[in-house]
Design a protein around this ligand. Structure first.
Ligand code: NAD
Ligand code: G6P
Ligand code: MN
Length: 437
């Protein structure tokens, strides 16, 4: 039977994962699910772990659910290792968001200075996990959800040398759903090609007669009837894109492109939230507290509706499906962060990209993309990738100059005194989790 180990098992998202396994019980011969956390997450682990056990029992399954703080032992003979941890927990995210905003620049979980600092805290930990995996489960697949998922996945593959890594995100799932609704066609009758990097990808769509429907979708979604309700991401403000610019792309943007394409509006909104003490991390802390109150109920044995308030809702459709597809050589079509290997010719061979492809028993086979014909897209993604590579290097070396380089190259951070001021303040605020600096 399968042994699946989840690092960051105390996450409030865990019932979503367990539900995904239960839904795929015919395809997943699970023997043991191990939820791993740390001392700071012990209470959460115990509450959500008890909930996971009730869910498995209510489904009539004999899977063992183990809770532990001993990561190394937990990894012994694992078949799949999934990661969903947050170094410093939500209090660190509050700082990632609020410190930059207090200086008038964007702070967000995966974007701007906040995303950079989440990477600084997380990359050394993922590399440590890989060191344990080399000893304990050298054949396991690493399924990474931990944000910033693109950079964490790149570090795992390139610096950690763990080729059997896939990075996942729920954003593409939402875009597939929207396209299918707008065209009034089941998603099975559409062909999607996504390309870019995590939280910064575009996509094109064809129907089964072979006709490309991308421009039509741009008109339907971003044309005169553009509607705030079409933003499927709970965690992102629904500002409207500029239609003419999207038309010029001939590709559909992802929700996170708002931070770059309509930067001023997004920043203005974020500063408003900052002033009201309502940045996303602050809102999520309240949602999380309510969720854990629900999980404490010994009668609750299914995923509560309230969990769909989180931005990552439905992420188990990606996490559990990739495991099922590898296990059963299903060739499921998915969008995954993976090693580029020439899939996108505008980006380095050894970096991580987020692209469409199929999941086989030997892993992910991306569909070839080639280059971005629009130099506007090429320019901005090469800029973003250069920034990501610099962030990873700074995170590993603890290199202050590289950190400042990454800040300067990030499109959401102005260069000069402000970059240095925000960097210094964040290094100090997070020093407990940044031993490398
Ligand atoms: P959270 O704050 O609840 O943290 C999850 C758990 O990680 C906590 O219980 C915490 O104690 C634990 N943890 C912290 N450091 C750890 C370490 N060194 N080793 C093991 N466990 C550790 O976070 P959350 O809101 O549930 O999100 C979890 C992670 O998943 C975050 O990184 C988040 O960004 C990411 N996420 C990604 C997607 C996606 O689309 N890829 C979707 C949802 C969430
Ligand atoms: C999106 C992203 C995730 C991110 C999440 C934040 O769905 O794909 O990568 O972690 O939203 O959600 P939250 O509820 O924590 O703000
Ligand atoms: Mn994501």
């Amino acid at each position: 039977g399968l042994k699946i180990v989840t690092i960051g098992g105390g996450s409030s998202y865990t019932p979503e994962l367990i539900e995904g396994y239960i839904l795929r019980k015919e395809e997943l011969p699970i023997k043991e699910i191990v939820l791993v956390d740390i001392e700071d997450g012990k209470e959460k682990l115990e509450i959500v772990g008890a909930m996971a056990k009730r869910m498995v029992e209510a489904a009539g399954l004999d899977w063992t659910v183990t809770l532990t703080l001993d990561r190394k032992t937990a990894l012994k003979d694992a078949d799949f290792v999934t990661t969903q941890f947050r170094v410093g927990l939500l209090n660190a995210r509050v700082k990632d968001e609020r410190i930059p905003l207090s200086h008038g620049i964007l702070g967000q979980e995966t974007n701007g200075a906040g995303g950079i600092f989440k990477a600084f805290r997380t990359i050394p930990v993922i590399l440590d996990i890989i060191e344990d995996m080399k000893v304990q489960c050298p054949d396991a697949w690493l399924v990474n959800f931990t944000n910033p998922a693109g950079m964490v996945t790149e570090a795992a593959i390139k610096q950690g040398g763990w080729e059997k890594t896939v990075g996942l995100c729920n954003v593409p799932i939402g875009h597939v759903k929207t396209a299918s609704e707008k065209l009034g066609l089941p998603k099975e009758d559409l062909f999607f090609k996504f390309a870019g990097i995590n939280h910064f990808h575009w996509h094109k769509v064809w129907d089964k007669s072979g006709k490309e429907r991308t421009d039509e979708l741009i008109d339907l979604i971003y044309g005169p009837n553009q509607n705030e309700d079409d933003n499927h991401l709970k965690n992102i403000h629904s500002a409207l894109f500029h239609y003419e610019q999207i038309q010029d792309l001939h590709m559909l943007p992802c929700g996170y492109h708002r931070y770059y394409y309509i930067e001023d509006e997004m920043l203005e909104h974020s500063i408003e939230e900052f002033k009201n003490g309502e940045t996303r991390a602050q809102v999520v802390k309240e949602t999380e507290a309510r969720l854990f109150e629900l999980y404490k109920d010994p009668k609750l044995d299914h995923k509560p509706e309230e969990l769909s308030q989180r931005g990552g809702t439905h992420y188990s459709d990606a996490a559990c499906e990739i495991i099922a597809s590898i296990q059963n050589d299903k060739h499921t079509e998915m969008v995954v962060s993976t090693k580029n290997n020439g899939t996108i010719t505008d980006l380095p061979y050894d970096c991580a990209v987020e692209v469409s492809g199929v999941v086989t028993a030997h892993g992910f086979e991306p569909y070839n993309w080639g280059e971005f014909p629009n130099a506007g897209a090429r320019g901005i993604i090469q800029n973003m990738k250069g920034m990501e590579e610099t962030v990873i290097r700074a995170a590993i070396e603890g290199n202050y100059g590289a950190a400042l380089q990454a800040f300067t190259v990030n499109p959401l951070i102005p260069g000069g005194t402000i970059a240095k001021t925000v960097l210094d303040e964040m290094l100090y605020a997070h020093k407990e989790y940044l031993p490398q600096f």
